[in-house]
Design a protein around this ligand. Structure first.
Ligand SMILES: *Cc1c(COP(=O)(O)O)cnc(C)c1O
Length: 422
């Protein structure tokens, strides 16, 4: 190993000592295996549990026990407006106005609901652009939407591809695709941060391009929310959705977030699937009225939301609000840069980072391709107390989350990887 062991570690410890956000690590439960806290670098898949989440969930169980149905009005945090307690903090996480954001359902469900409104194909303009290596659920969703409207997904789905031999995508190739299919593209659905490569995109540029060619622009922020600063409002994204169990630490199967740009807040033209929870709050319980949508994203709600998942998400969003996305992003750039630096120091010929080098083109995740490797390397890493994730055939995704990961975590991961591939 070219890295001097002790000097390397003391440098990491120094960086932690200088980190103003270091204290947040203690606000999360870190899994313990064989009596030792693991090095958890898997917030891209499931974020850690905030220690206060259980008190937040327990409070709702207690109030349910105490009040029964009356908890809708008399719980310490009444359930009727419970989702509203999360709106402002969630809006800050994704760079939106409160009227543009709601938490409801889960991610793929929301992608479908939003496409009902925003994917409105005609016989000429019916194609959907997704990015290369889009998450499977997104591909299934857009393919089934196209098929639902009577189009053949093999014809209707276009893929923004990397240049031959490259892993990551270039905006000029998206523009080329839009040009080639001028007049045919109805909608873009792009992962704000690609789950596989960790590449993040210039969302403002994607929106400008999509709009210039007459398409509606949607973003799947599953790997972006709580990671990058997507500025959805200013970037003029039409719609977006994300899950909250990854970087937003809401717990397994946690509730999803939705963004609908303010310009549609009062639109009566968009078709949508409706339910009573999207109806005007003043008259919701009169039960007989014609549907009268709540202005903004809330008007897309169908059902009264599950309070327990909202409670755990509320616990986490309060921490995000306190730490602030700008500070988290600043640490993230430094922390991921440090991880990259350590991996570069190894200069092992079997290792290649396929995530872009430019911090503006990535979030916290690095995707490391390990040549001539198999899943055994990953199993060995896990056995050594490091939790990362593995994507066939040969990619390890490592995601130091600025909220609860330390520079020492990055150091330990690289140290163990080095021993295992040596
Ligand atoms: C994690 C993830 C999903 C998961 O979808 P669910 O509906 O929450 O199960 C979908 N799309 C992307 C891009 C993801 O990263």
């Amino acid at each position: 190993m070219s890295m001097h062991h002790d000097i390397g570690l003391s440098h990491a410890l120094k960086l932690d000592a200088d980190d103003p956000l270091a204290g947040y690590r203690e606000q999360f439960h870190h899994p313990v295996i064989n009596g030792e806290e693991v090095v958890y670098l898997c917030g891209n898949s499931l974020g850690l549990q905030p220690k206060k989440a259980s008190a937040y969930v327990q409070q709702e169980l207690d109030d349910w026990a105490r009040f029964g149905v009356e908890g809708h009005f008399h719980a310490r945090h009444p359930w009727m407006p419970y989702h509203e307690y999360l709106t402002a903090h969630m809006a800050n996480v994704v760079g939106a106005k409160p009227i543009e954001v709601v938490v409801m359902n889960s991610l793929t469900v929301n992608l479908h609901l939003l496409m009902v409104s925003f994917y409105r194909p005609t016989s000429e303009r019916y194609k959907i652009i997704i990015e290369h290596d889009a998450f499977p659920s997104d591909r299934y969703a857009v393919a089934s939407q196209a098929a639902f409207h009577g189009f053949d997904p093999r014809d209707a789905i276009l893929t923004w591809e990397p240049k031959p031999g490259a892993h990551t995508l270039e905006t000029e190739d998206l523009e080329q695709l839009l040009q080639t299919h001028q007049g045919e593209v109805a909608c873009l659905l792009i992962g704000g941060v690609n789950y596989y490569t960790g590449q993040s995109f210039d969302l403002g540029e994607i929106a400008r391009l999509g709009h210039r060619y007459g398409a509606v622009v949607g973003i799947d922020l599953a790997h972006g929310a709580g990671n990058i600063m997507p500025n959805l409002h200013e970037n003029e994204i039409d719609f977006a959705a994300w899950c909250t169990y990854k970087y937003l630490n809401s717990g397994p199967g946690g509730i999803s977030g939705v963004f609908v740009h303010e310009k549609y807040a009062h639109s009566t033209e968009l078709p949508r699937f409706t339910g009573w929870w999207g109806h005007n709050k003043e008259t919701r319980f009169y039960m007989r009225d014609e549907f009268d949508p709540i202005p903004g994203a809330e008007g897309w709600q169908l059902s009264n939301p599950p309070i327990l998942p909202l409670a755990s998400l509320r616990a986490s969003l309060e921490i995000f609000e306190e730490a602030g996305m700008p500070a988290l992003r600043q640490k993230s750039i430094q922390l991921t840069g440090y991880l990259e630096y350590l991996l570069d120091q190894l200069s092992h010929e079997r290792i290649e980072i396929i995530t872009p080098k430019d911090p503006q083109q990535r979030g916290c995740q690095l995707s490391i391709m390990v040549r001539d490797s198999d899943k055994k390397l990953f199993d060995d890493l896990m056995a050594s107390g490091v939790v990362v994730d593995w994507r066939e055939p040969d990619v390890i995704r490592v995601a130091p989350a600025p909220l609860y990961n330390s520079f020492q975590d990055a150091w330990k991961f690289v140290d163990r990887l080095n021993h295992l591939i040596a």
